[in-house]
Write a protein that binds this ligand. Sequence first.
Ligand SMILES: *[C@@H]1O[C@H](CO)[C@@H](O)[C@H](O)[C@H]1NC(C)=O
Ligand SMILES: *[C@@H]1O[C@H](CO)[C@@H](O)[C@H](O)[C@H]1NC(C)=O
Length: 257
Amino acid sequence: MLLKDKVCIITGGAVNVGRAFCEQLLKNGAFIAIFDLDSDIGELCCAELKQQFGKNRIIFCHCDVTDFTQFEESFQMTKDTFGKIDILVNNAEISNDKFWELETDVNLNGFIRGSLLAYRFMSKDKGNEGGTIVNIGSSCSVKPFISSPIYCATKHAIVGLTKAYGNDYHYNLTGVRVICYCVGPTESDFSSHSRQNNNTPNHERARNIDMQGIRYQKLDHVAKELITVLLNASSGSLWIVRNDEKPSEFPFSNELF
Ligand SMILES: *[C@@H]1O[C@H](CO)[C@@H](O)[C@H](O)[C@H]1NC(C)=O
Ligand SMILES: *[C@@H]1O[C@H](CO)[C@@H](O)[C@H](O)[C@H]1NC(C)=O
């Protein structure tokens, strides 16, 4: 698949890894819709990217992924602007187990809302051209993370979402490929915001265990390798990028039982 002139939605696209994804997609010739909760940062990000990549390739949509109606309106605005939608990057997340209901609503339900809307706007059986959903996971999509069990649960859950929706059965019907891109510890995002989680001594101890031997990789590397994965990954596949290395496909059986 080529990315030139593809229309991509990136949730949580105004900061950190989301913004880095936007930049890489633009560099590869895509049109992008930045969906973000924060209008000030979103508008600013949009203005900066327009200066760099041209006025007509980028829009910002104020979007809270916990609000289905707003999410739907943002999809519609993207379609009205660019004429179609090709790729959804489900990226918006929070990492704070103290606010676990919100965390689940963003990290899991938000990905589900995005997927349902992506099917409506991209699916071949609804008269569209097909497309791709990328679910952004983390290292705790595939290993336990003892300092944030609920965050870890949401990140595991989207693996199931990817494997089931990504199965040939759905792919054959809809032409929508579903892949999961798991981003290991990365400078800027992980280091800063998980820290606000909880600072009791016990939590610090759990965090230290989780963080043993961790090396933060470059944001730019994570974003560039998303492009490689977008170009190559088959539906239902799960990829991990860590330690500034090339992404590797994570083996995952479809036929254990
Ligand atoms: C999907 O389509 C492919 C190619 O036509 C076919 O080989 C495969 O059996 C189909 N899979 C399912 C689950 O329908
Ligand atoms: C992706 O596919 C291209 C072309 O088939 C190949 O050259 C490249 O090595 C692949 N990259 C990965 C990470 O598999």
